[in-house]
Design a protein around this ligand. Structure first.
Ligand code: C2E
Ligand code: CA
Ligand code: CA
Length: 549
């Protein structure tokens, strides 16, 4: 029989008011203190399976919590006579010469606390699947790293994401979706070893924290866990095929729960990108990439907070009068080390981070402030044209805009929002946002309009005021009949729809003359004026015209 190590420990256990038991690998009781015998109202408990007199809550079994890491679980104890009661039970692995055993200490919960405990259980577990939730998982990983017995043992975190789960929900209803989640969760539990933690992170995302897995064995583990998708899930008369992607990482890459989650997530997205039903294991190259991204993100964050992003302005010139009617705001990054960077050097970077929203907002605010300044300084109307990323369009965006207009006392008609053509595909949500903007009095321009007649329809479908012909259509138009006829039909159609046309990227006089002949309303380009800081832009004063001679 296993004995508690040391006379003092044993004496303490004998004297303790709380039930303390020791169980072996099978969950059979090898020691029980007097308080236990009292609580369970039995004279002897030795060799009885603990689970025959107590139920572990939260979808666990006793064996599943007998792992190498200490844990805390909620149990319900049902004595032979008397009311069942709940207790918090700490599970502490311990090693004796005879083998491993677990010391379980129970703290019965006062009845009035039960509802608080229930709340606690709900806070750490997912209601649908009864698996652990994200915060429990993170907490548990953290405990692993803080416990000297498990801190340096290799562990593996695996993330699962179902492919096409939405389709199951849409086609067969939410009950079917729920059944899939429950089935996958319980299969995962079955594929893991005692002491591993299986969690539902939310939606159709699951995680498994597998202890004591050497890096060499991770591919096998990933394959084993991947078999969770091998069989269809049966629901009513249906057999639902479920696919998923899987990403794994190990503690050789990080000792921080959130970092591990990020790594597993990166690997999982790789798996998703490489095709359905595959797994990817985080490696040194991905680690280097993540670090690099971290560095760039910090750099970007600093750039935003120290206002290294500035706007240059390029005049939009009316072709009939050669008067500057507006200024397009174009972002530049005054990088402390690399000098001035152009949008193609940093916009993709900004878009790949979580800072896109902040960047867009900063640029929009700068542009509006500049418009306010010009409104004050100039004795003639001048508009400011702002490039807006398509995914930035939302009702919240409209609200922010309307606040800016009110706070800065802007004339709404002097704000033009430029949206790239593919972004303006007329979804009902987008049209609604554009309508709200126009209701404020703001004008909308379709940017980079270049493709053939298939897209002409969008001019009619969208609530817009202006079209900007892309440079690819404009440059060399004088010598290219096909460009000329395309531009000509866009201009005619736009005019028929009461939409004005701006030609972008005009670099030579021949092209400009053709555009004038076609009746194009306005133009922009190096020939007319380069983008420059607000204080240097030409054509601001009354009577100023852009002189090409
Ligand atoms: P875009 O909206 O099509 O802007 C016009 C681009 O053409 C600008 O490049 C401008 O400098 C350039 N350009 C003007 N005239 C000529 C010309 O005659 N010839 C040639 N070859 N190019 C000319 P830039 O400033 O590098 O901006 C590139 C793109 O970055 C913009 O394309 C826009 O899509 C995006 N962008 C710039 N600023 C912002 C911003 O504040 N927010 C967002 N979301 N996007 C921005
Ligand atoms: Ca633009
Ligand atoms: Ca453009």
């Amino acid at each position: 029989m296993v004995s508690l190590t040391g006379v003092n420990a044993a004496a303490a256990a004998e004297a303790a008011a709380d039930p303390i038991v020791a169980v072996d690998l099978d969950g059979s009781i090898v020691y029980a203190n007097p308080a236990t015998r009292e609580s369970f109202e039995r004279s002897s408990l030795i060799d009885i399976r603990l689970e025959s007199i107590l139920t572990v809550q939260g979808g666990h079994t006793l064996l599943s919590v007998l792992g190498p890491t200490p844990q805390r679980v909620l149990v319900e104890i049902a004595p032979d006579a008397g009311e069942p009661f709940e207790a918090e039970m700490s599970v502490n692995p311990s090693d004796a010469p005879e083998g491993r055993y677990w010391v379980l200490v129970m703290h019965p919960l006062p009845r009035q606390e039960l509802s608080i405990r229930e709340l606690l259980r709900r806070a750490t577990h997912d209601d649908l699947t009864s698996l652990a939730n994200r915060s429990y998982l993170l907490e548990h990983i953290d405990t692993t790293f803080r416990d000297p017995r498990t801190a340096d043992v290799p562990h593996c975190l695996v993330l699962f994401d179902l492919d096409g789960f939405k389709r199951i929900n849409d086609n067969w209803g939410h009950d079917a979706g729920d059944a899939v989640l429950v089935a996958i969760g319980s299969r995962l539990l079955g594929l893991c070893r005692p002491g591993d933690v299986v969690a539902r992170l939310g939606g159709d995302e699951f995680a498994a924290w597998c202890h004591n897995i050497d890096d060499r064995h991770v591919p096998d583990l990933a394959r084993r866990l991947g078999s969770v998708f091998a069989d269809p899930v049966e629901f009513d008369e249906l057999r639902l095929e479920v696919r998923g992607s899987l990403g794994a990482t190990t503690t050789s890459f990080a000792h921080d729960p959130n970092e591990l989650l990020r790594q597993a997530d990166t690997a999982m997205y790789r798996a998703k990108a490489s095709g359905r039903d595959s797994h990817v294991i985080f490696d040194a190259a991905m680690a280097a990439e993540l670090r690099e991204r971290g560095v760039r993100e910090r750099e970007l964050r600093r750039a935003l907070s120290t206002e290294q992003f500035v706007l240059h302005f390029q005049p939009v010139v009316n072709l009939a009068t050669k008067v500057v009617i507006g200024m397009e705001a174009l972002a530049r990054w005054d990088h402390p080390r690399l000098g001035q960077l152009q949008p193609h050097d940093f916009i993709p970077l900004v878009e790949s981070t979580l800072l896109l929203d902040e960047f867009n907002t900063a640029m929009i605010e700068q542009a509006c402030n500049q418009l306010a300044a010009w409104q004050e300084q100039l004795s003639r109307p001048l508009s400011v044209w702002i490039n807006v990323s398509p995914n930035h369009l939302s009702e919240a965006f409209v609200d922010r805009f309307s606040t800016l207009i009110r706070d800065l006392d802007l004339v709404p008609g002097r704000l033009v929002i430029e949206l790239t053509e593919d972004a303006t595909i007329a979804t009902p949500e987008r049209v609604a946002v554009l309508e709200s903007l126009r209701a404020l009095g703001v004008r909308i321009a379709v940017d980079d309009f270049d493709t053939g007649h298939s897209h002409l329809a969008c001019l009619a479908d969208l609530p817009i005021d202006l079209v900007k012909l892309d440079k690819s259509l404009v440059q060399g138009i004088a010598g290219r009949p096909e460009r000329l006829s395309l531009a000509s039909s866009v201009i005619d159609l736009a005019h028929a729809l009461n939409t004005e046309v701006v030609a972008e990227g005009v670099e030579c006089r021949e092209d400009l003359e053709v555009l004038e002949r076609l009746g194009c309303d306005h133009a922009q380009g190096f020939l007319l004026a380069m983008p420059s800081p607000a204080e240097d832009v030409p054509g601001l004063d009354v009577g100023d015209v852009i002189d090409l001679r």
